[in-house]
Design a binder for this molecule. Structure first.
Ligand code: AMP
Length: 284
């Protein structure tokens, strides 16, 4: 496995692979790799002949006051995980490589970035889309792999790629969970044992939503009230939002119909955790 720290070196490695007719896969990450990331890497290894994992804690997607400085950066452990997973090249640039001076060009996806996390993290998605556009231009993958865990991000990236005619496919992989249902996340390591127990209520609230939809309840307000009641059983949880939206437009819906995204964001101690489920309710 090669480790490239510069744009020039990753371009050279990918260029050689491409000239040999290899299909290039990219898994963009911020490092602190866990089984969620590994599932994306496995999907990439299965689909592609040359897999690049980028490890970059992207400063422009952090809102002032967030955890940019203390975000974990265990590079050596990450490289070992990549090596074991069959990655061909890791791209681990410095912030100066990606943002050499004042950045004057930004990619902004409208509308889809306004609800859900967009309300609480102003500028976050602009940072995500800009860095992904840069990574796509640098690596030029045939396929880029993202997780359903960050549902809004996945939809926004897909839309950016489509609207800007980017010549790649975006593949979304299912959310990997702990045995108690908690979505695996690099930020889970911020939690104390007590907070970690409370964190399981996030998925419990989403399961409640699924049960209510399965039982034929179509009033989203009613469902959200029950989801909130479950979250309130955990004393350390501070609810940011509980939303039931159209899975394509991300707009709020009054009644369950078609493809629905139920999404939750909470604060627990120092961590901000998000999770979601997709439910295809058909016509109700
Ligand atoms: P991050 O390093 O948090 O920016 O995540 C990098 C990629 O891994 C994103 O596409 C995430 O959606 C994905 N990811 C993070 N956690 C999970 C998980 N538990 N299951 C599946 N994908 C995940």
């Amino acid at each position: 496995m090669e480790v490239a720290k510069t744009i020039e070196s990753i371009r050279r490695l990918v260029g050689t692979a491409r000239s040999r007719g290899k299909k290039i896969g990219l898994v963009p990450t911020m490092g602190a790799l866990h089984i969620g990331h590994i599932s994306l890497i496995e999907a990439a290894v299965k689909e592609c002949d040359f897999v690049v994992v980028s490890i970059f804690v992207n400063p422009t997607q952090f809102v002032p006051g967030e955890d940019l400085e203390k975000y974990p950066r265990p590079l050596e452990a990450d490289l070992k995980i990549c090596r074991n997973a069959g990655v061909d090249a890791v791209f681990a640039p410095t912030p100066e490589q990606i943002y050499p001076g004042e950045n004057l060009t930004w990619v902004n996806v409208e509308k889809l970035t306004e609800p859900l996390c967009g309300q609480f993290r102003p500028g976050h998605f602009r940072g995500v889309t800009t860095v992904c556009a840069k990574l796509f231009n640098i690596v030029a993958p045939d396929i880029a792999f993202f997780g359903q865990k960050d549902a809004q991000q996945a939809i926004v990236i897909k839309r950016m790629a489509a609207d800007l005619n980017m010549p790649l496919e975006i593949v979304i992989c299912p959310t990997v969970r702990e045995p108690d249902g908690l979505a695996v996340s690099s930020r889970n390591q911020y939690l104390t044992a007590e907070q970690r127990k409370d964190a399981a209520y996030v998925y419990k609230s989403l399961q409640k939503c699924r049960q209510m939809i399965d039982a034929g309840i179509a009033d989203t307000r009613k469902i959200a009230v029950e989801m909130r009641k479950i979250l309130q059983q955990a004393s350390s949880i501070k609810i940011e939002y509980v939303s039931i939206v159209d899975a394509e437009t991300l707009q709020n819906i009054d009644r369950i119909a078609g493809k629905v995204l139920a999404a939750v964001a909470v604060g627990i101690g120092p961590a901000r955790l998000i999770d979601n489920i997709l439910v295809d309710a058909g016509k109700q």
